[in-house]
Unconditional design. Sequence first.
Length: 311
Amino acid sequence: MDNPRTVESASTEMIQTKTQETTLLADIKSLIKVGIINSNLITAFTGFWLALYFTGTPFTDQWVTFLLTMLGTALVIAGGCVINNWYDRDIDPIMSRTQTRPTVTGSISLPVIKNMGIALSILGFVVLLFTTWQAALWGAFGWFVYVVLYTMWSKRRYTINTVIGSFSGAVPPLIGWAAVDPGLQLEALILFLIMFIWQTPHFLALAMKKKEEYKAAGIPMLPVVHGFKMTKRQIVVYVACLLPLPIYLASLGPVFLVTAYLLSFGWLALGIAGFFMKNDDKWATWMFVYSLNYMTILFFMMVIVTLPFPF
């Protein structure tokens, strides 16, 4: 018969091991920023899919390229995010949403985190090279902008850090498209512009919600330096700049155009309403949530309206 204490000890050890594994997985997910990867893969997939559609290439001929594109894009983004976390280790303890990162808690050593970021980045570039060198080049460009120009240079110096970072966030559709059609087309550039313009109102709304934390961390976000009135004006201007872009994707059909303009005018109306609302935090929350739905619905709609496209 088993010793009850031995059984209890073994059970405790198993629980502790599972807890450690769960914690490690959570730490890794925090480092690579799974949410950012997922949202960027949506736009990369859309770029890939529309490239197939506009070039008349069957998906069945490109499924291996598709897998390599998604994997390579995810790895490059993950690597950039890990290095971003490693670099921001001095300010992350100040902000509530970043206080549980491994760079703050010490659950994973800093040298390991840095090497992880470098390894993931290099692996991502290599994987993308198995699609086209242009796709890998776009991936490298996005990584350089995010890690060097945004994280290490502009984030702590200038209010235009959001605009600079937007270049990297707009690259995934180009990676996806270039994996199929290295020469790109006008539609690919429109996808880039939509994502580039979308990011500023999206992140400025978040910056309004986190103004005090950014201020404490010494990050010169627009709401911190110039206040909410200026930020609201900038948000509305950027949202208005999205209005002309869907017309360049008119070949996707009337259903897409109607959806795109309903989303765009709805966002603009909500933005203008911010000038009359007294609760800035509530308005910023609405704008942030709307921006997420705007991007998700718009890019999914691009795929849905082209689904009759033969596989």
